[in-house]
Unconditional design. Structure first.
Length: 523
């Protein structure tokens, strides 16, 4: 019996889905079944490290490309001290420059190679860049021995030279070539030693075939379901149980999301081929109800829809030395949907009434530099730097407990891992009256306030909304006894989301009879 989770993304900024995958991986780690999280793109070391940090252990990761070799490991085993003498013989370098994350090898004053070090243990390395007259020509990537080699040519874009990847060669453990990946302008091909050539879709299909999926296996689609992955699964994985995780909202009204309207493109094929899916998993009962309605509205088959929260709390967090008085905390990506600007404007108004109020904003800018500059300018133009601080991205697991109130102005939270972590740390809560996570974690008069909200504020005059948020901020700090009651209420809500509770839900769902998942008849 095996569980295959598709897929771990490469090339995207961190987001809540990554964290949700980590939560589930930690909960499923101790099960007596094989659980594999699949990369369908070649993962560089930073993505392996990111998911490892989130909770997906490296031995549970599977690279589709390396599956076609006999070296499946993504663990690092190569030591710098063993490689340097070999490079000395081959490259005849004359100088070594040791840096924090790399070692530069020089000859006649020029860098001829760079050893890329493991960020956690500099005794190990994961790659070597090779240069010819200052230009990158080859990169070797290592796990258990050499895993693959990238080959580059010098190309130009707007008269600016860059190293263009044209070929990647994967190796077996004995050093023999397993296959080559050839990159064209718009396509890529996979060439095997005996002359077999695959396109990307054909390689995915061959990978699914080689998994030999049976009715004792389970496939979990944990990311946007692209057609090039669904088609092979439907054709060669039909005996396995197919589960789709619906992470983000599946349908957006105008104004709910700056990038989407109506049906979420991420789940288009899941809706279109819903008769082929055994079950969908959502995080809240409210989302389940709306999903059922939308599937029926689009005349799609309604599979079994199960409610299992996207994350769980290992423990409830309690402050060791009390909470910062009059403190607010916000934790999220700083993208436009999170409406951090509304929070900033509301805090500025509230601070004008109660000058003790302050907020620390945790999170990264999600690559939108313009939005980040807008937020920073909003703070500086109002001379609010002393009480509105951007704290950057950080591990906030044990940070929430130091603050009195958590605040969100997000237009929607499918679940809201930061909301869950906040209630698990006993912070009182303020958020908009929006679907779905806010309704789950913010219960008016028990642990905080939901602010009346209409989508017209997104594109229209939002002054009245800012006033209401500011009023709630001032109000929540005006009665210390009520604030303590709200904090106690958050702990009570948090108990429902302890990992042990969520883990039992997953066990009951994935392994209902504790012997095999389930099977179904196919037409």
């Amino acid at each position: 019996m095996a569980v295959y989770v598709f897929k771990l993304l490469v090339g995207y900024v961190p987001n809540g889905v990554d964290n949700a995958q980590g939560y589930r991986a930690r909960m499923l780690r101790d099960l007596p079944y094989s659980v594999k999280h699949v990369f369908t793109e070649v993962p560089v070391r930073k993505y392996i490290g990111r998911y490892n940090k989130n909770g997906v252990s490296t031995d549970q990761m599977m690279s589709m490309h390396q599956y076609f070799t006999d070296n499946h490991s993504l663990e690092l085993e190569e030591k710098v001290k063993n490689k340097l003498p070999e490079l000395k013989k081959v490259l005849h370098y004359t100088e070594i420059e040791r840096m924090k994350e790399e070692i530069r090898l020089r000859k006649d004053g020029s860098v001829i190679a760079t050893i890329l070090l493991d960020e956690h243990n500099n005794d190990y390395f994961y790659g070597i860049h090779y240069y010819n007259h200052g230009k990158l020509v080859r990169t070797e990537i290592y796990t258990k021995g050499i895993s693959y080699v990238n080959y580059y040519i010098t190309a130009y874009e707007n008269d600016i030279p860059y190293a263009k990847l044209v070929r990647r060669t994967f190796y077996n453990r004995d050093g023999s070539v397993a296959f080559d990946q050839i990159f064209g302008e718009k396509e890529e091909w996979y060439v095997f030693p005996k002359g077999k050539v695959y396109t990307k879709v054909q390689l995915i299909t061959e990978f699914i075939k080689r998994l030999n999926l049976s009715d004792s296996d389970t496939i979990v689609l944990d990311r946007p379901a692209i057609q090039e992955l669904l088609q092979p699964l439907f054709q060669f994985g039909r005996d396995a149980r197919l589960i789709v995780i619906i992470h983000s909202g599946h349908f957006f009204k105008n104004g709910e999301d700056p990038h989407s309207k109506y049906l979420n493109w991420e789940y288009y094929y899941c809706f279109k081929y819903s008769e082929m899916i055994d079950a969908m998993v959502v995080s809240t009962q409210e989302q389940k109800q709306e999903l059922m309605e939308k599937l029926q509205e689009y005349q799609c088959n309604v599979p079994d829809i199960v409610v299992i929260p996207a994350g769980g709390l290992d423990v409830l967090q309690y402050p060791e030395e009390g909470r910062y008085p009059y403190s607010l905390i916000s934790v999220s990506r700083l993208d436009k949907r999170k409406k951090i600007d509304w929070i900033i404007r509301a805090v500025i108004k509230a601070h004008g009434i109660n000058p003790h109020i302050f907020i620390d904003i945790y999170g990264h800018d999600d690559g939108d530099k313009d939005n980040m500059k807008y937020l920073e300018d909003l703070v500086s133009l109002n001379n609010a730097q002393s009480y509105i601080r951007f704290m950057g991205q950080a591990d906030v697991t044990e940070v929430y407990k130091n603050y009195e109130v958590y605040i969100s102005a997000s237009l929607w939270e499918t679940f809201g891992l930061s909301l869950m972590e906040a209630v698990g740390s006993g912070t009182a809560m303020i958020g908009l009256d929006v679907k779905y996570g806010n309704h789950l974690f913010i219960q008016p008069e028990k642990n905080g306030y939901l602010v009346d909200f209409d989508l017209c504020y997104v594109e229209g005059n939002d002054d009245a909304l800012i006033d209401r948020i500011a009023d709630r901020i001032v109000e929540i700090f005006s009665d210390k006894e009520k604030l303590k009651e709200f904090q106690h209420g958050s702990y009570e809500i948090g108990k429902q989301f302890l990992s042990e509770v969520i883990e039992e839900k997953w066990k009951a769902f994935l392994f209902p009879d504790n012997s095999k998942c389930c099977s179904r008849e196919h037409n």
